[in-house]
Design a protein around this ligand. Structure first.
Ligand code: PDD
Length: 285
């Protein structure tokens, strides 16, 4: 089936979906994005993703290209036209097209909007979750406002590639004080020996993941104790369990960190339960 992308008001064949060479996203990474899970053809947690998008746009002073309701319709139409049942929808908004100049373009420059959707192999993801993934740690080298979901992802790209080259699926950034901030495209969690679930508070040093937010409800409903605080790499090495969260991975158990097995090297029970229960707590449109 041929894929379709939404580009600035039009649905076009994916292979011919292009933006202008002077798009500020292309030249300056001057834009924001969202990735939303699609499940059974429906958007998962659209409202929360839209709220975060609005916040990212406001922080960077990029004008909303259209009302959020209309944007939601574009997301759903892109999912429909691509016949995605299980997968993701990607939305990117940049500050638009203008002659290259670092400062903001003239007032009235229209933001660029791109939406794509693609299917993910759910069976493969379930198999990965049953086996668990390996992560490595890398020094934190991103700017101090990673709470904004900006498309400027070069450190994340290099971190993920380093993981790949070491046979791992994710890289955890480690701040100078030895604490883990988050993954290159996910939030990071551990379970302590006493069964407490630990994740970093959502300040400016991490992206406030939507999956993370929903998981707080899942934890509470399961009577699990949460500690929102930074944890060190040493704590992670000694953890009973570790896992990551993101819209595409949901809850993915981590079974090794820097080549050391987490506990007995198998996916943990808490991560497995959280993954199983997640969609009962998400808003499915
Ligand atoms: N990544 N932290 C970072 C740096 C991320 O890029 C992501 C999401 C998350 C988790 O956020 P959420 O639960 O809202 O997906 C945390 C997306 C999926 C991506 O870039 O593909």
């Amino acid at each position: 089936m041929s894929r379709v992308a939404y580009v600035n008001g039009r649905y076009v064949p994916h292979r011919r979906a292009t933006v202008h060479v002077e798009d500020r996203g292309y030249q300056f990474a001057d834009g924001v994005y969202e990735v939303c899970e699609v499940r059974g053809g429906r958007l998962v947690d659209e409202r929360r993703h839209m709220e975060r998008l609005q916040r990212s746009l406001a922080e960077l002073r990029i004008a909303a290209p259209m009302p959020l309701k209309a944007l939601g319709m574009v997301l759903r139409e892109t999912v429909r036209r691509n016949r995605v049942r299980d997968g993701i929808v990607y939305l990117q908004i940049t500050r638009g097209v203008a002659p290259r100049d670092h400062a903001f373009p003239p007032a009235g420059t229209r933001p660029s909007v791109v939406v794509t959707a693609r299917s993910l192999d759910r069976e493969r993801l379930e198999k990965a979750a049953a086996e668990g993934i390996a992560v490595i740690t890398v020094p934190e080298n991103r700017w101090p406002r990673v709470d904004i979901k900006s498309i400027a992802l070069l450190p994340n790209v290099l971190a993920k590639q380093a993981a790949r080259e070491q046979g791992a699926k994710e890289a955890w950034f480690v701040a100078p004080d030895g604490t883990v901030t988050e993954g290159s495209s996910s939030n990071a969690w551990i379970v302590t020996a006493s069964g407490k679930v630990v994740t970093r508070p959502a300040d400016h040093a991490i992206l406030r993941g939507i999956t993370r937010t929903v998981l707080l409800d899942v934890l509470a409903a399961n009577g699990l104790e949460l500690e929102e605080r930074p944890f060190t790499v040493a704590e992670a090495y000694a953890a009973r369990e570790a896992f990551i969260t993101s819209a595409s991975q949901i809850v993915m158990p981590v079974v090794s960190i820097d080549g050391r097995p987490v506990a007995n090297g198998a996916p943990g029970m808490i991560a497995t339960v959280l993954r199983r229960d997640f969609h009962r707590f998400a808003e499915i449109g």
